[in-house]
Design a binder for this molecule. Structure first.
Ligand code: URA
Length: 447
């Protein structure tokens, strides 16, 4: 096949046949199609989209670019969660050990930072020694032994996504429903799960900026999961301000550790408990999502979730001394306090701008071969709804990049809006999507 003709066809709004998509994706996964041609194709898809048939073929080909793991010999219903991407989204670091501590096996294949959003793999790899590139045999052993495993795409599992993901990260080709669907569902359907919970982010810091677009993405993902025979539920959650306080890699691990030790970072834990409740329910350990949420809370308060995370880190080669003594991680060269220029209430946060700033500080990649600085990032001292006095700290910026220092405080300050009057907080979990459609979310009353 001629790749130029296929790119031209998509660029002109045509629909590709399954064998044409298969050839393009297959050639790219094998390293036989260069990055520049795949970039052009991805950009054409961003502008022109894909038909339902093309999307189905794309997901299937992405999935079968590697092995599909069978975990049926491991007891219990295996359940995972995936987020469509957000700023400060460290939910997986808390959720996966919390759900595993409730007795539900969690096999998780995650991604790296993507565009302005962070990635679970980069966060885990900020723990010295942590290996996210296990072989399939190692993956199987870890989930069998401790009920939890967290890895990335490999040469064996979802290899097409491994290459395409890295390319989309640096070519502004993330915001496309079929590309997101192929990327997420190829990883999730390869893992050996029985059920899947999707965190579909909506708002300025998400790839879907509006609620309606998030619903469209959610319906697509839930439809694919359901058609593949997996119990699949989506939750639309707010991404109009960073989740929790930390944006970066090591600082997000630290915040996740605080939550695992029992700190209630309210917005972060509200989303984590809702998703966790659904996973525990799907795992057959609770009769409802509400009951699953209660079990998740107990796993945090008993210390079982924290214990499970340490077990995972040790098992995958990470040095838990860094988690127990955070001072071991070297401080970045620059630490800048951003202070409020007026008194009032924080009314909004330009979340995507903060995500882009974190990338510029060194927490993400601008080119495929950029090396992440684990200590780069932003920690917010004030969130939407909080009161501040003029001169109080709004955020602390950390970086080792001389070139980023000058503009960073200005960009961060301009991203946070302060108004004189109190502001109402929007709901954090906005709706559920299952095979029957979109439903309102009502948080359990004890919440
Ligand atoms: N997460 C993924 O794994 N892929 C995407 O394309 C977006 C979010």
């Amino acid at each position: 096949m001629n790749p130029v003709e296929l790119i031209r066809k998509k660029r002109n709004g045509g629909a590709l046949a399954p064998e044409e998509i298969s050839w393009l994706v297959g050639a790219y996964a094998k390293g036989e199609l260069p990055d520049y041609q795949m970039s052009a194709f991805l950009m054409a898809v961003c502008f022109r989209g894909m038909t339902a048939d093309e999307t189905t073929a794309f997901v299937d080909i992405m999935l079968h670019s590697g092995k599909v793991i069978d975990l049926s010999s491991i007891p219990g219903r295996k359940v995972d969660k995936h987020s469509t991407g957000g700023v400060g989204d460290k939910v997986s670091l808390i959720l996966a050990p919390m759900v595993a501590a409730c007795g539900v096996p969690v096999p998780m294949i995650s991604g790296r930072g993507l565009g302005h959003t962070g990635g679970t793999l980069d966060k885990l790899e900020s723990i010295p020694g942590f290996r996210t590139d296990l072989t399939i045999d190692e993956y199987r052993e870890v989930i069998r032994d401790i009920g939890l495993v967290m890895i990335g795409q490999t040469a064996e599992i979802a290899p097409a996504d491994r290459r395409m993901y890295a390319l989309r990260d640096v070519t502004a080709t993330v915001e496309s429903i079929p590309l997101i669907a192929g990327s997420i569902m190829s990883k999730k359907l390869a893992e050996g799960i029985d059920a899947l919970v999707l965190d579909i982010k909506s708002g300025d810091g998400a790839f879907m900026k509006t609620y309606n677009d998030a619903v469209t993405l959610g319906r697509t993902l839930v439809g694919i999961g359901t058609a593949a025979g997996k119990d699949t539920l989506g939750m639309i959650t707010a991404m109009d301000q960073p989740l929790g306080a930390a944006i970066g890699n090591w600082c997000e691990v630290e915040e996740a550790m605080d939550c695992l030790r029992g700190k209630n970072v309210v917005d972060l834990m509200e989303v984590t408990y809702a998703l966790g409740g659904a996973m525990v329910y799907f795992g057959g350990k609770a009769a409802s999502i509400a009951e699953g949420m209660a079990l998740c809370r107990s796993a945090i308060w008993s210390g079982a979730a924290h214990e499970k995370f340490l077990q995972l880190v040790e098992r995958q080669g990470g040095d838990i001394a860094y988690l127990n003594e955070p001072g071991r991680v070297p401080a970045p060269r620059h630490r800048i306090e951003v202070r409020a220029t007026s008194s009032g209430f924080v009314a909004g946060c330009a979340t995507m701008k903060l995500g882009v700033l974190a990338v510029e500080l060194g927490a993400g990649r601008r080119k495929v071969d950029d090396v992440i600085d684990p200590t780069a990032g932003i920690v917010l001292a004030k969130k939407v709804g909080d009161h501040t006095e003029k001169g109080e700290t709004l955020a602390t910026i950390s970086t080792n990049r001389e070139d980023a220092v000058r503009r960073a405080a200005e960009v961060c300050s301009a991203s946070i809006t302060i108004v004189p009057e109190r502001v109402a907080l929007p709901p954090r979990v906005q709706a559920l999507i299952d095979r029957d459609g979109v439903k309102p979310w009502t948080a359990p009353t004890y919440y």
